[in-house]
Design a protein around this ligand. Structure first.
Ligand code: ATP
Ligand code: MG
Length: 403
């Protein structure tokens, strides 16, 4: 079996070998190469201790020295180079209490999560596949290295990683592995919101987001997404709706999360719990708020009001979200109408008005809240009738309204 390793990775491996150590490409890059996919990055595992690795290469970064990881920099690209290690006991369901460096590649491969992620490769020595990873790749199966119950009890994040890889690769989770994941699901309570968010996000954004089905069938949703679990329990047809919707949705995080939240009952508490950043929280809330705003059969004035109201989400995203949630709606005419308004350059927000706050102060509008209120009144008039968007007309109107 031959894998096409980039020259830089060959160089790092050769340098380590020349210095008397073992070194291999390992994990995701071997998996992706064997599948004919371009690896995102190349990780290296070596018998050299971190200090020894640092002594060999000119530019290195101490990425996680305590865990044995040094990033070797070549031509501006970083290669994580990690010392063979054995993870000690896990008492918090996530991190080993201690780690130990070892001289044995086999020990290092044993600590890895899934068979497809536990293969090592070097050009000189070929593929090391102790747990049947290549055969699981061929049969498209996610299977734990060793006893799945032990592995999930050690680190519960692996439960979500199993489902995430199944969604990214379109693989089945081996039944024993899946059963153990379901049995140990409560351990996910120990996992940080950020890590859960990241795995769920990768699952939602994958080519097979309908693998979300596994999160429900295993009862994992009861632990991390109780709102969704409750809704599906009350109306089991929602599971199919969720999977179909996610599958047909464009690969956009705001749309896919909004769809998930909508089907879970519409509360953004889920996003807050998962520590979403404020910008995403805002955009997804806007999509949910506008979920039922009419978009078809509108007058131009009504469309301009919707455009103004779409705010941070913006019309293209709103159209995509609507199409995702209501696939039978024909939005062609509405999109054309929206495009025509844009093309005519009509004002749809305060900053497009022909007057600004200073202009209003100039005609005697008192400073403070009155300025903003007046701008909003003028905008409403201009949304209804774009021909009013001229400075003299608007100032005249402002005086009239005040007077
Ligand atoms: P991706 O393409 O998503 O980066 P990856 O396989 O490279 O996939 P990483 O999270 O980058 O995944 O981890 C690199 C390797 O480290 C994995 O292939 C696996 O061997 C090991 N690994 C990562 N996380 C765990 C874990 N929680 N438990 C055991 N092994 C892990
Ligand atoms: Mg990786």
């Amino acid at each position: 079996m031959k894998i096409d390793i980039p020259d830089s990775v060959k160089y790092i491996i050769a340098q380590l070998e020349d210095a008397g150590y073992e070194a291999w490409a390992v994990g995701g890059c071997v998996r992706d190469s064997l599948m004919g996919r371009e690896p995102k990055d190349w990780d290296i595992t070596t018998s050299a201790l971190p200090e020894q690795t640092k002594g060999i290469f000119r530019r290195t970064i101490d990425t996680g020295i305590a865990h044995g990881t040094v990033t070797v920099m070549l031509d501006g690209i970083g290669y994580e180079t990690t010392t063979y290690r054995i993870d000690g006991k896990y008492s918090d369901s996530r991190h080993p209490d201690s780690i130990e460096f070892t001289r044995s590649l086999n020990e290092d491969l044993k600590r890895r999560d899934f068979t497809i992620n536990a293969m090592a490769y070097s050009d000189t020595k070929g593929l090391v596949d102790l747990f049947g990873g290549a055969s699981d790749l061929k049969n498209r199966i996610i299977r734990c290295v060793g006893d799945p119950s032990e592995r999930f009890a050690e680190d519960a994040l692996r439960i979500l990683r199993a489902i995430r890889f199944s969604a990214q690769l379109g693989f089945e989770v081996d039944p024993h592995t899946m059963k153990a994941a379901a049995r140990l699901r409560n351990k996910l309570k120990k996992i940080s919101a950020e890590r859960i968010h990241s795995e769920l996000d990768k699952t939602l954004m994958s080519p097979h987001p309908d693998k979300f089905r596994l999160i429900h069938s295993s009862g994992i949703d009861g632990v991390i997404l109780p709102e969704l679990a409750d809704r599906i329990q009350k109306d089991p047809s929602l599971l199919k709706k969720l999977c179909d919707t996610l599958l047909s949705a464009p690969q956009n995080g705001h749309i896919r999360w909004a769809a998930l939240i909508s089907i879970s009952g519409g509360s953004i508490d889920i996003l807050k719990r998962l520590k979403f950043d404020n910008n995403s929280l805002h955009i997804i809330s806007e999509l949910l708020r506008l979920e039922k705003t009419p978009l078809t059969g509108l007058s131009d004035a009504e469309m301009r009001h919707v455009m103004n109201n779409a705010g941070a989400a913006g019309m293209p995203l709103l159209f995509d979200y609507r199409q995702t949630m209501y696939p039978d709606t024909d939005l062609t005419a509405s999109k054309e109408q929206y495009g025509a308004i844009l093309k005519r350059g009509e004002c749809t927000c305060i900053k497009d008005l022909a007057v600004n706050g200073r202009d209003l102060l100039g005609v005697g509008v008192p400073s403070g809240a009155d300025v903003g209120n007046m701008l909003r009144l003028l905008l409403k008039a201009v949304l209804d009738d774009p021909s009013l968007n001229k400075k003299e007309l608007l100032l005249e109107k402002a005086v009239q309204i005040r007077g």
